[in-house]
Design a protein around this ligand. Structure first.
Ligand SMILES: [Fe+2]
Length: 201
C-alpha cells in the first residue's frame, strides 16, 4: 500500500501546484492559462477519494490521516516561477513523476484498482499532451522570416496580386506532398489526386 500512499501524495502535490499556477499567471493569455491550470487538477481529488475507498477500504485497510499525506506532499510541490512557462514545465515534471510512480505498480490488488490506475494515467497523459502545447517552442513562419531577414537571406514574401501564375505540374505537386510527409505533416492519401484535379494537371 506504500506505493498507493505515494500516488496520493503526488496527486495532492499536482492539485496544489496547479492552483498556485491558477492564481499566479500573468501577461498574454492570462485568462486561458488560469483556466488551463484548473483543468490540470480536474478530477484529481476524485481520484484520491477513489484510491482511499476502492483500494484501501476495499482491502480492509485504513488510509493514512490527511495530515500524513500533506506532510508527504509538501516537499513535492514545486516553487511557483515568475515566468508562467517555467511553472508549466515544473508541473509537467511532477506529472511525469506521477506517471512513473503509477507504472511502478506492476500488480494492482484488484481489477477495479487496475482500471482506476489506468483512468488516472489517462487523465495525466491528457494533461501532458496539453502541457506540451503550452510549453513547446514556437517558431512561426513569421519568426523564421524575421530571423532570415536579419541574416540578410530572406526573400520578400510574394505579393499575391502581382505574382505571376506559374503552372504547376504533377511532379511538383508530388514533391510538395512528399516534403510535407517528410516533415510529419499529415497528408491524406488522396491529397495528391485532389490537388492534381484542382490544378488540372
Ligand atoms: Fe478559480
Amino acid at each position: 500500500m506504500e506505493k498507493f500512499n505515494k500516488i496520493i501524495a503526488l496527486l495532492m502535490a499536482i492539485a496544489n501546484f496547479a492552483k498556485d499556477i491558477h492564481y499566479n499567471v500573468s501577461g498574454s493569455a492570462a485568462y486561458s492559462k488560469h483556466l488551463f491550470a484548473d483543468l490540470l487538477q480536474d478530477d484529481v481529488y476524485d481520484f484520491i477519494d477513489e484510491i482511499k475507498e476502492n483500494v484501501f477500504l476495499a482491502a480492509e485497510e485504513l488510509p493514512l490521516a490527511s495530515g500524513k499525506y500533506l506532510e508527504m506532499a509538501i516537499p513535492l510541490i514545486p516553487e511557483i516561477a515568475e515566468d508562467d512557462k517555467v511553472s508549466f514545465e515544473r508541473i509537467r515534471g511532477l506529472i511525469e513523476k506521477t506517471n512513473k510512480a503509477l507504472e511502478e505498480i506492476k500488480e494492482a490488488p484488484s481489477r477495479g484498482a487496475g482500471s482506476l490506475l489506468d483512468s488516472i494515467s489517462e487523465h495525466l497523459d491528457k494533461c501532458l499532451g496539453l502541457l506540451f502545447l503550452q510549453v513547446r517552442k514556437v517558431s512561426s513562419v513569421n519568426e523564421e522570416f524575421k530571423k532570415e531577414e536579419n541574416e540578410g537571406q530572406a526573400e520578400r514574401p510574394v505579393d499575391r496580386e502581382k505574382a505571376e501564375w506559374t503552372p504547376i505540374n504533377r511532379e511538383e505537386v508530388a514533391n510538395t506532398v512528399k516534403k510535407y510527409e517528410a516533415q510529419n505533416l499529415l497528408v491524406a492519401e488522396d491529397t495528391l489526386d485532389k490537388l492534381s484535379k484542382r490544378l488540372g494537371v
